[in-house]
Structure formats: structure tokens, C-alpha cells
Write a protein that binds this ligand. Structure first.
Ligand SMILES: [Zn+2]
Length: 350
């Protein structure tokens, strides 16, 4: 029996462009006439070797080594059909790992290089997700991201776009990207707009190891219900208490952080947050681009790391899994669904 695999799981923090399947990339490359540097089975290794080379300059580890890998992936997500197929096949892969609730995020502005409008882009992704809901018995929806480096007018545009798709497959909004160079306050007006139109939102904050506590504080001040990563939260006890008392859920991404933003699983602040009464959940961030060549991020793997390497008991793992589904933005996750989900966990853990 493989408990981590058998447990029904959720993914609240998963980027579409960073989670492409190598076989999907290979088939798109053939149709597009793009010569891949290596065959599909070696693609993940190829991208991670590149990431590693870019990140280790002397003794320092750069936190910005993955962006060109995202650009590489995004060249295969420029038509509606590509966006639809990528989303559908990602859901299939998740369902095969016993993920029953998935919230998939992406920034529409990255998929307009060949003439799609941002509306076309959202339509492609949403139709892929809706197809998957019918075929694979998976719930959830789409989160639209704004990019930190694009400025506040872009953020406002993405908020409006997300709001116009609420109830039609989109369930929330997020701000993602280079936190080191672009603090959250640049986007304050955009976030306030999301609050004004009642758009559920989460924010990447406290992901970069230096000078990001203020980003978490601002996210909390602006009323966020969830935080992406929140690694630096543990540097400020008063803020930790505030996050705990407000019931904000922190979307932790263990494998994504280890080796880049925290030294090891054991050192990941998820333990400190959990012990402080903060609602934490676990997520993969990117199935293809997170982690290293030797450490792949996938949902049941995250559960295994939580148990084996961070030292959570199965009882604590149960709490973490429940935190994930409770924090979902999907209106379909109602009381009955939650009861059924809890019963499924119980069956595996009894
Ligand atoms: Zn992320």
C-alpha cells in the first residue's frame, strides 16, 4: 500500500507553463517544425541542467535561473488548441496521481505572441479544464496571474479579465514572477481593484529569501485569503500570529523551494508555520520546471516528503490535506464535497 499515492489530494498552486509534459512539448515541436535539443525523455534533464548552470555562479545561488525555461515552454502554448490540450493533459496527469481538486494558474499575456487575444487564451485554457472535469472526475478551476515585471496597468487588465470570467471557469487571481526585483507594492492598485470587484485572490509573497516580509505584510493588509510560498513569514513572529488568527492559508511548495530558497526539506518553514497554527497546504508549483534534475515535483511526492523528510505524522498530513481543499476558490467545493473528501482520506489512513 502506498499511502501518499492513495490519499486524495489537491493542487492549489500549479503553473500551467511550468508543468507541461515532455511528450506534449515533443508533439508540438514536430507540428511547429521546432528542432528540440534532445529527445522527449531527456528534456526534463536538459532543462534542469541549464537551470543549474545558470544558478550556480561561484558560491552564490541565483533565484532567477528558471525564467528562460518558462520562455522555452511558452513557445508551445500560443494557439487555443495548444492551451486546451496542455490543460487537459495536465489534469489527466494529476488525476492519475489521485489529485481530485486542481487550481491551475497562468498569465494570459504570455500566450499572445502569435495573435491570440487574452480572451482567446482564457477560452482555450478554460475549455481544456472543462473537458477534463467531464472526462476525469476532477474539480477546481483556473487562476489568472498578473506578472510582477509587467507593471500595474497590466495587473489591472488581468484583474478585469479574471473578473469577466468568474463563474465561467475562472475562480481567482494571483500575482506571480520575480519578487526579488519587483516588490508587491508596485501592484497595490491592481490588488485593490480585485478587492473592489470581489475577486478571490492569492498572492505570491515571501518566496524570495531576502527583503520580502513586507510583501507578505502588504498582502495580508490588503485582505488576501491565501499566500503563495510565504517562506519568509517565519522571520516575523507577530506577522505569523496575524496570518494564523486571520485563517490565511499558505500554499507551500516544498520541492520547488528546496535547494533554491531553503537548504533542505527539514529546514522548510512549513513545520514552523504549522506549529504556529497557520493553515498550510502542499503543492507542486511546476511539474516540469520545479526541483532539480534528481528531485521532481509531483503531488504524491510532496506528501511523501512531508512525512519522510519534514517529519509530519499522518494525522498532521490529514490536516494539511484538509487545509488545501478548505482554501479552494472553487464554488463547487461545498459542505457535502468536503465531507466526502474527508471520508476518502479516513479510508486510506484507518
Ligand atoms: Zn508559483
Amino acid at each position: 500500500m502506498d499511502i501518499a499515492f492513495d490519499l486524495p489530494k489537491s493542487e492549489l498552486h500549479l503553473h500551467l507553463d511550468g508543468s507541461l509534459d515532455p511528450d506534449f512539448i515533443a508533439s508540438r515541436a514536430v507540428d511547429r517544425g521546432v528542432q528540440l535539443p534532445v529527445e522527449a525523455s531527456k528534456l526534463r534533464e536538459y532543462l534542469h541542467v541549464l537551470k543549474s548552470k545558470r544558478s550556480h555562479i561561484g558560491d552564490s545561488v541565483s533565484t532567477n535561473s528558471n525564467w528562460s525555461n518558462f520562455d522555452f515552454c511558452n513557445q508551445f502554448l500560443q494557439t487555443k488548441e495548444e492551451l486546451k490540450q496542455a490543460t487537459r493533459s495536465l489534469c489527466k496527469k494529476l488525476r492519475d496521481d489521485n489529485v481530485v481538486l486542481a487550481e491551475i494558474r497562468f498569465c494570459p499575456a504570455l500566450h499572445t505572441l502569435e495573435g491570440l487575444s487574452v480572451n482567446d487564451v482564457v477560452e482555450g485554457v478554460v475549455s481544456g479544464f472543462q473537458d477534463a472535469e467531464k472526462s476525469y472526475d476532477i474539480k477546481g478551476g483556473i487562476i489568472i496571474c498578473a506578472l510582477r515585471s509587467y507593471g500595474v496597468s497590466h495587473t489591472c487588465e488581468m484583474v478585469e479579465l479574471a473578473a469577466s470570467w468568474i463563474g465561467k471557469g475562472v475562480i481567482g487571481f494571483d500575482i506571480a514572477g520575480d519578487e526579488g526585483a519587483f516588490p508587491l507594492n508596485i501592484h497595490e492598485d491592481g490588488i485593490k481593484k480585485a478587492v473592489d470587484v470581489d475577486l478571490p485572490f492569492t498572492l505570491h509573497a515571501g518566496e524570495w529569501p531576502e527583503n520580502t516580509v513586507r510583501n507578505i505584510e502588504l498582502a495580508v493588509d490588503l485582505g488576501t485569503r491565501r499566500l503563495g510560498h510565504g517562506i519568509t513569514l517565519c522571520k516575523d513572529n507577530a506577522l505569523m500570529e496575524r496570518v494564523a488568527s486571520l485563517g490565511i492559508t499558505v500554499e507551500c511548495c516544498l520541492t520547488s523551494n528546496v535547494g533554491w530558497k531553503v537548504p533542505s526539506y527539514k529546514d522548510h518553514p512549513i513545520r514552523k508555520m504549522f506549529d504556529a497554527g497557520i493553515k498550510v497546504c502542499i503543492n507542486s508549483d511546476n511539474l516540469l520546471l520545479s526541483g532539480t534534475n534528481d528531485r521532481e515535483a509531483y503531488t504524491s511526492g510532496e506528501v511523501r516528503h512531508l512525512f519522510n523528510d519534514v517529519g509530519f505524522s499522518w494525522d498532521q498530513v490529514r490536516t494539511v490535506l484538509m487545509n488545501g481543499v478548505f482554501a479552494s476558490f472553487s464554488p463547487e467545493i461545498d459542505k457535502q464535497w468536503l465531507l466526502d473528501y474527508e471520508a476518502k482520506i479516513e479510508k486510506v489512513l484507518m
